[in-house]
Design a protein around this ligand. Structure first.
Ligand code: UT7
Length: 323
């Protein structure tokens, strides 16, 4: 035993909405194709707002929700592949803008769409050793800067947004039972970096990633349930990476999960990579669908290729000295 609970959440999305109808005017596509193949109706894109703005707004909401002060934070991890700068990291920008103490461990983590779950696990390990037992894990993306809006096979899929979680570590709390992995391969999904001599926009073999996702989701669910000693009926809710509504529905059917236990917001935001899981968790918390005491089984999958699953428990802040 020893682990973290999420004790507060927040989220932020850019104001600018890009609808399927807008995309019909930009590439040869149709609202009908996008909705039936992906479940997406619209997405948000950063225009005049920065990645750091999304991080800061979502983190401020999460801190207020958790009733945690900035000076209590021991570490901040921003899970992202689309920050404003390669350096300074998005986490450093958050450290400064939120006035977190200068000895706060602040760094970005890139595990693509699995990033938030990699981030939670990393935070769980870090806080065990950190004198301050509260941490901020933010999933944030401004993917609209890395999308080629002439490539209909990718530009209809991605959107921008952020979700933030304030977590607390206590030795007597259970672990999140994270199951994480990677199978390095740039073929199915990549964004070239400087030096590759290629445009730094998303390219994806959609069908290959679809197959990978459909195989990976049940493996992660089974591994987390087994590690936590639970059956599929036990979690209060399931939150999967929002890449395609068809992938989510296939997993739900396989486990016979009632629709009200399998949350989705892909219709409004598209695929927001590392932001998708915390953005949905935060919306569910604000809507009262989940809250302190809920156990949520989360699974992410994507570029790398990477995958991650965890049983996330929500709670309320507990004083360090309390039993
Ligand atoms: O976050 C990382 C994880 N990412 C994922 O999990 C994504 C997984 N993949 C997918 O979600 C799906 O593969 C896509 C949504 C990307 C594509 O759906 P699909 O059913 O696999 O379509 P497809 O790639 O097989 O393309 C079918 C047809 C093609 O035309 P032909 O060759 O049959 O004539 C495409 O050219 O649809 C065409 N097409 C489009 N048509 C209208 C591709 N993109 C579009 C478009 N609008 N935007």
């Amino acid at each position: 035993m020893s682990g973290i609970k999420i004790i507060g959440m927040g989220h932020s999305v850019p104001k600018k909405v890009l609808t399927n109808q807008d995309l019909e005017a930009m590439v040869e596509t149709s609202d009908e194709w996008i909705r039936t193949r992906t479940g997406i109706r619209e997405r948000r894109i950063c225009r005049g707002e920065t990645h750091a703005d999304l991080c800061v707004r979502s983190a401020q909401q999460a801190l207020a929700c958790a009733q945690v002060q900035p000076e209590e934070i021991g570490a901040v991890i921003v899970c992202t592949l689309s920050a404003d700068y390669l350096t300074p990291s998005a986490a450093c920008l958050v450290q400064r803008r939120l006035h977190l103490p200068e000895d706060t461990l602040s760094f970005d983590l890139n595990a693509a769409c699995s990033g938030f779950l990699y981030g939670l696990h990393t935070m769980e390990c870090l806080l065990a050793a950190c004198p301050r037992k509260f941490g901020l894990v933010i999933g944030a993306e401004a993917l609209s800067h890395l999308v080629d809006y002439q490539d209909r096979s990718t530009c209809v899929l991605f959107g921008d947004g952020a979700g933030a979680a304030v977590v607390q570590y206590r030795p007597e709390w259970p672990s999140i039972h994270a199951v994480l992995g990677a199978r390095g391969d740039a073929g199915p999904l990549s964004i070239p970096g400087a030096g590759r001599g290629l445009p730094n926009t998303v390219s994806m073999d959609g069908q290959a990633v679809f197959r990978f996702a459909v195989e990976t989701l049940p493996k992660c669910i089974d591994a987390v349930l087994s590690a936590a000693g639970l059956t599929p009926e036990d979690p209060d809710c399931y939150v999967f990476h929002q890449a395609n509504a068809r992938i989510i529905d296939l997993a739900a059917r396989r486990y016979n999960l009632p629709p009200e236990k399998v949350a989705k917001n892909i219709d409004r935001y598209g695929n927001t990579s590392a932001a998708s899981i915390p953005l949905l968790l935060s919306e569910l918390w604000q809507a009262g669908t989940i809250g302190p005491g809920s156990r949520v089984l989360c699974v992410g999958f994507g570029g790398g290729l990477t995958w991650g699953g965890a049983l996330v428990e929500l709670g309320v802040r507990t004083n360090e000295t309390a039993q």
